[in-house]
Design a protein around this ligand. Sequence first.
Ligand code: COA
Length: 336
Amino acid sequence: MGVRKAAITAVGHYAPDKILTNADLEKMIDTNDEWIRTRTGIRERRIMENGASSDMAVKAIENLLSRRNMSASEIEVIIVATVTPDMFFPATACLVQQKIGATKAWGFDLSAACSGFLFALTTGAKLVESGTYSKVLVVGTDKMSSIVDYTDRNTCILFGDAAGAVLLEPGTEDGYGIIDSKFYVDGSGGRYLCMTGGGSLNPPSHETVDKKMHYIYQDGKNVYKLAVKGMADVSVEIMDRNGLKGEDVAWLVPHQANLRIIDATAERMGIRREQVMINIEKYGNTTAATIPLCLSEWWECGKLKKGQNIVLAAFGAGYTWGATYVKWSLVNPQKP
Ligand code: COA
C-alpha cells in the first residue's frame, strides 16, 4: 500500500421544494426567460422558505448517512463550507453537529465562497491522509436567498439554495481517492463580488441596511472574465501535472455559476459536453453546494463509476479558484 489517500465513500444532497422560475422572476423585475437562459443557462432555482443553511446541511447529511447505513455518532470531523452561515457565530458546523447528533465530532466553518467546497474537501482529505481521522464529513451549504436583493436583476436571477455533503474515509486501494489539488486566491478581486455590510468593517446599522450593504454586490463582467480564465487555467494545470488528456477524464464537475463559463472551461480541457456535469438549469448558482450536489445526483442515477477520473473545478468571490483531481472509488448504487 502506498501513501494513504482519502476517498469519497458516501454522498448526499438536499434542495428545498419551493421553485422560483424565470417566469416568476419576470413578475418581480424587468427581465425575461430568454435573456436569463441565453446568458446563464438557468431556468429555475430552489428557495429555502423555513430554516437556515444548517437545516439544509442536516438534510443532505441525513441523505448521506442513510445511503451509507451509518450513524452520525461515528463522524469525527464536520467541515462546513458556506458564505451564509446561520449566524456569525457559533459556527454552522457546531449547529449541524448538535442537530444530527454527531456526539464525537469536532468541526469548523470554512469561507471561500463558490470555491468553498473544494477548499474544504482538500482540507478534510489532509486530515484523513495524516492518519489522525477516519470519518470526515465535508458539507457545502448556502441559503443564497438570504443575501440576494430580489429587486436587483443583475444578481437575483443567478442564485439559489441547496446543500451537498460527502464523507471522506481512508482509501482502501492504491491510486484511488482525492489525488491532487491546486488552489489560488487573489484578494485584489475582492471588491468585484462581495457583501460589504454586517461585518467588522461596516457593522450593521440603519445606514448599511438603507444602502443595501447586506446583499450581494457583483460586477458581473469582471467576475465573468476572471472566472472563465481562472477555472479553465487551473483545470488544465491539474490535468497536465497528472498526465491527463481530455479523453482520460470521465467527468468535469464544474462549479455551476454560468453555463457559458462551464462551456469555456470544458473546451479548454478538450472535454465534450456529455462529459460535463450540468444541473445549473434546475438550481442556479448554489455557491458552496454546486459541486457536491452534482456528485450526489450523478452517483444516484448510476453515472459515476468506480475508477473514473474526475476533475472538480471552481471559481468564486475572493477571488478564489482551484481544481481537484479525484479517482472515483465509490461503487454505484444497485439499480433495480
Ligand atoms: N434581465 C434582462 N436584462 C438584464 C438583466 C436581466 N436579469 N441583467 C442585466 N441586464 C441587462 C444589463 O442591464 C445590460 O443592459 P444595458 O446594456 O442596457 O446596460 C445588458 O443586460 C447586458 O448586461 P451585461 O452585464 O453586459 O450582461 P452579461 O452578458 O455580462 O451577463 C451576467 C451578465 C451576470 C450573466 C454575467 O456577467 C455573468 O454571468 N457573470 C459572472 C457571474 C458569476 O459567475 N458569478 C458568480 C461567480 S462564482
